[in-house]
Design a protein around this ligand. Structure first.
Ligand SMILES: NC(=O)c1ccc[n+]([C@@H]2O[C@H](COP(=O)([O-])OP(=O)(O)OC[C@H]3O[C@@H](n4cnc5c(N)ncnc54)[C@H](OP(=O)(O)O)[C@@H]3O)[C@@H](O)[C@H]2O)c1
Length: 318
């Protein structure tokens, strides 16, 4: 587990703008579990952040100065700007945000990367049919909350797993999950899963890995589908955790398990933004933001993801 002492706040002078460039000031910065992987020094699907470099990440920022023909002060954009208050862009890495669709902060949550992850992981990898049971772990987080609701929109039964009674109550009473349970109160997940998923599990959207996932695999129906989206319970491990060998169970259930990476779907982000935006506007897709104030609190906001401090999408407001 990283600690606040692993982070340093550094001030530098901003260079002046060149022709065709614009200066943006962050309104919201995102903290996400994947950043743990970037600072681990372990080879992955993306280049690591080296010691001393700025941590990578998404932000929603306002143009404060522009020498670019398409952007003027006051325009708002999503930009992969990292943990910094300002960014300079040539316009090529910006997604224009329309504040009339939803609050601009949603471009980092339900109408941004986490929402797209939920949408494509569920639609493409799990491909649930109406009436099927969709189980999602990390259910009260940014991705998980969206998965359960999209499953409901598709006519499925949505079941969530989360880390507190407050989160379970929120999922069932406010978000519309059919059932949920608190994994911290359960030592034996298989009977618990059989209780909350009496018809078995057709689709499992995995955000956490570990013992919860081992149990979910044992409860898969024939031709079940598992989307491995995240393994947050493993991100701070320094060695692989030993687990039961469950491949034989996949023969019994003839299930498919597939890893997914949201960036593989970049060419289809417009489709997800349109669908999710429509559902948000219609009130069929709820979202919740967990906002920490102050740039200096980025490390604390990030570390809280690993202790379950957040409900919904965690953001830092500048
Ligand atoms: N594959 C992709 O392209 C992709 C893209 C985005 C996100 N992801 C993954 O999706 C998952 C969810 O991301 P998110 O942004 O929506 O984060 P999030 O769910 O909003 O926040 C992380 C949550 O994980 C839970 N958690 C932390 N440690 C845990 C543990 N040891 N066991 C079980 N749960 C634990 C906590 O909730 P509890 O209180 O419930 O423990 C915490 O609130 C992450 O694993 C992330 O890496 C993958």
């Amino acid at each position: 587990m990283p600690s606040a002492s692993n982070f340093r706040l550094v001030e530098t002078k901003l260079p002046s703008l060149g022709e065709g460039q614009l200066l943006l000031k962050a309104l919201y910065l995102s903290v996400d579990p994947y950043m743990r992987g970037r600072i681990s020094g372990v080879k992955s699907y993306a280049k690591p952040v080296e010691v001393g470099e700025t941590i990578v990440g998404g932000g929603v920022a306002e143009v404060v100065e522009s020498r670019h023909p398409d952007w003027k002060p006051g325009d708002v954009a999503e930009i992969y700007m990292g943990w910094q208050e300002y960014a300079i862009s040539d316009g090529s890495n910006l997604r224009r945000i329309d504040p009339s669709v939803a609050p601009v902060s949603t471009a980092l949550g339900v109408l941004g990367m986490p929402g797209f992850t939920a949408y494509f992981g569920l639609m493409d990898v799990c491909a649930p049919k109406p009436g099927e049971t969709v189980l999602v772990s990390g259910a009260a987080g940014a991705v998980g909350m969206t998965v359960g609701q999209v499953a409901k929109i598709l006519g499925c039964r949505a079941v969530g797993i989360a880390g507190s009674d407050e989160k379970v109550k929120f999922l069932v009473e406010e978000v519309g999950f059919d059932a949920a349970y608190n994994y911290r109160e359960t030592s034996n997940h298989v009977p618990k899963l059989r209780e909350v998923c009496p018809q078995g599990i057709d689709c499992y959207f995995d955000n956490v890995g570990g013992v919860i996932t081992d149990a979910a695999i044992l409860c898969l129906n024939v031709h079940g589908r598992v989307c491995i989206c995240g393994q947050i319970s493993q991100y701070n491990n320094t060695a692989p955790e030993m687990g039961p060998r469950l491949f034989g169970q996949l023969i019994v259930s003839r299930s498919k398990i597939q890893g997914m990476l949201v960036s593989d779907y970049a060419a289809r982000f417009g489709e997800a933004a349109e669908k999710l935006g429509k559902w948000v506007k219609e009130g069929r897709l709820k979202y919740r933001e967990d906002i920490v104030e102050g740039f200096e609190n980025m490390p604390r906001a990030f570390l809280g993801l690993f202790t379950g401090d957040n409900i919904g999408k965690r953001l830092v407001k500048l």
